[in-house]
Design a protein around this ligand. Structure first.
Ligand code: ADP
Ligand code: F6P
Length: 487
């Protein structure tokens, strides 16, 4: 059995409680089942952070190893470069980017410190699996330190065209370092195609098959691994939560009005400003629906140390206030904007209570909330999902009402269409979406990636590597069997 070592910036330390974010939702079940090491940032800044070794704690089969960041590392690496440059560029929103060479240097230096602190924790047979845009150069930095273990990398967010990535001056250096991984995974084939183009134009890779690159005599396998949820499990949680006092209180507060629900981290990529504009357009054009609907947007604050996120929070509060004061009535508040998070199980109950799920990111790697909304529905009386065509989830959930999130009229029309949709059409659409997600799970996702990593010929020169295989379809391997073990 190989031990699994996961590296991600955000580590869901048990003592910190549930945190919003797709990365933790995707990875937690795998680590809890297989055990292993979860290494990353503690979520804390400390003056003496640079001198401290990783702090170790254990829960179940998982060993958590985390380091604090100095204030300067936090600002340069996390807030400014990862979230102020890479996050917008990777989401193809270049106008949001704020580049500063000093931040880029801090990003590389902090990655090097993560590599230094990881090194003493690694054993020869470990599979190292690095996650997300915080750690693009980490595979190269580990190789520089002599790490010969198989290294996999998975990007949870989209990958843009090379022209957009090239707007960040160190783009070529980032890609070259990332190409030191053995397997690089993406949410969609479009992301994979964009990365292959970047690897051949911004670095010296050669594409030798649809999912295979060669660089400096080594092969790097690419793959598409759409992140999944455990749909039956989420459905059961939604059913239980629907009977809970919290969800019952929400239902009572609606007094028979139809609930439209959005659940997103408060993030510029989630299209929240545009979504409120769409809802406002709906209210302005559909007076007959006044007092018959309520839109609840749950948007837990995220990354409040990044200036654009603070500005977004203020902008959203202002437009929510305007919608309520200008479109509401003394006895009717059309919009409820809540910036507190809450347990995922309670969200599941809210989703089940919602007639319409409004998931309209400007761009999203996958968007697990969309899958969760589908899973939470009552099969006998399902709600309608309105989904951005620019979310990775739209590829699997094409039976949703797909909209362009930049078009308030399209959002308004989709809301009306969802509210008047016949019971039969709601069921037909829901069944198609349920089928698209029901048989997958986060464990399948993790095992498929790790199987590819094990089979990649990691650590061997190109001539010994596994033969080229056809682009993979979904792997039909049953879960919960010994064949899925990471060995
Ligand atoms: P992202 O990773 O960009 O935040 P996703 O939609 O892919 O977006 O994943 C969000 C995940 O975080 C979902 O699994 C969702 O259930 C979970 N989550 C937990 N609590 C919250 C909350 N209060 N608001 C939003 N998401 C939450
Ligand atoms: O899935 C995207 C993601 O950026 C994860 O990497 C991250 O854990 C989550 O969203 C929440 O963001 P943050 O860790 O910056 O709070």
């Amino acid at each position: 059995m190989n031990r699994l070592v996961v590296v991600s910036n955000r580590v869901p330390l048990p003592e910190k409680g549930a945190q919003a974010g797709g990365l933790a939702t995707a990875l937690q079940p795998l680590l809890e089942r297989e055990g292993g090491v979860w290494f990353g940032w503690s979520g804390t800044t400390a003056a003496k952070a640079a001198e401290q070794p990783a702090r170790i704690s254990h829960a179940g089969r998982v060993t958590y190893a985390t380091i604090d960041l100095t204030k300067a590392e936090h600002d340069g690496y996390y807030a400014n470069f990862a979230n102020g440059v890479l996050w917008p560029l990777l989401h193809s929103l270049p106008e949001m980017m704020r580049f500063d060479r000093g931040d880029a240097e801090t990003y590389f230096a902090t990655n090097a410190r993560f590599a230094d602190r990881l090194l003493p924790l690694l054993q020869d047979e470990d599979l190292v699996w690095v996650h997300d845009y915080h750690f693009l150069p980490l595979p190269g930095l580990l190789r520089e330190r002599g790490v010969a273990n198989p290294i996999g990398f998975f990007l949870h967010i989209p990958f843009p065209s090379p022209e957009i990535l090239a707007l960040a001056p160190p783009a070529g250096k980032l890609i070259a370092a990332l190409l030191q991984a053995d397997v690089i995974g993406f949410q969609t084939s479009a992301d994979l195609g964009n990365f292959a183009a970047a690897a051949t134009t911004l670095a010296d890779a050669r594409q030798i098959a649809a999912e295979l690159l060669e660089i400096d005599g080594r092969r790097v396998r690419l793959g598409v691994f759409p992140a999944e949820i455990d749909a039956p499990d989420f459905a059961a949680a939604a059913l239980r939560a629907a009977r809970s006092p919290t969800v019952e209180r929400l239902r009572r507060s609606l007094g028979g009005q139809s609930l439209i629900l959005g659940v997103d981290r408060l993030d510029p990529t989630k299209g929240l400003v545009q979504r409120l504009a769409g809802y406002r357009r709906f209210l302005e054009t559909e007076a007959a629906w006044h007092r018959r609907v309520v839109f609840l947007q749950i948007a837990p604050v995220s990354r409040q140390d990044v200036a654009s996120y603070q500005a977004l929070r203020a902008e959203l509060s202002q437009s929510a206030g305007e919608i309520n004061s200008e479109c509401g009535d003394p006895d009717w508040t059309p919009l409820r904007l809540i910036t507190k998070g809450g347990p995922r199980t309670t969200l599941a109950g809210y989703m089940r209570a919602a007639r319409v799920g409004l998931v309209t990111p400007l761009r999203d790697g996958m968007n697990l909330v969309a899958k969760e909304y589908v899973a939470a529905q009552d099969p006998e009386d399902p709600g309608v999902l309105i989904l951005s065509r620019f979310a990775g989830a739209a590829r699997q959930l094409d039976a949703a009402l797909l909209v362009n999130p930049n078009d308030p009229d399209a959002i308004a029309e989709a809301i009306t269409r969802a509210l008047v949709m016949s019971h039969r059409e709601r069921q037909t659409r829901w069944r198609a979406m349920w089928q698209a997600i029901a048989e997958n799970s986060p464990l399948d996702w993790g095992f498929a990636f790790l199987r590819t990593l094990r089979q990649s010929g990691a650590g061997k020169p190109a001539s010994h590597a596994a033969p080229v295989i056809a682009p993979r379809a979904k792997l039909p391997v049953p879960i919960h069997t010994p064949s899925n073990a990471i060995n």
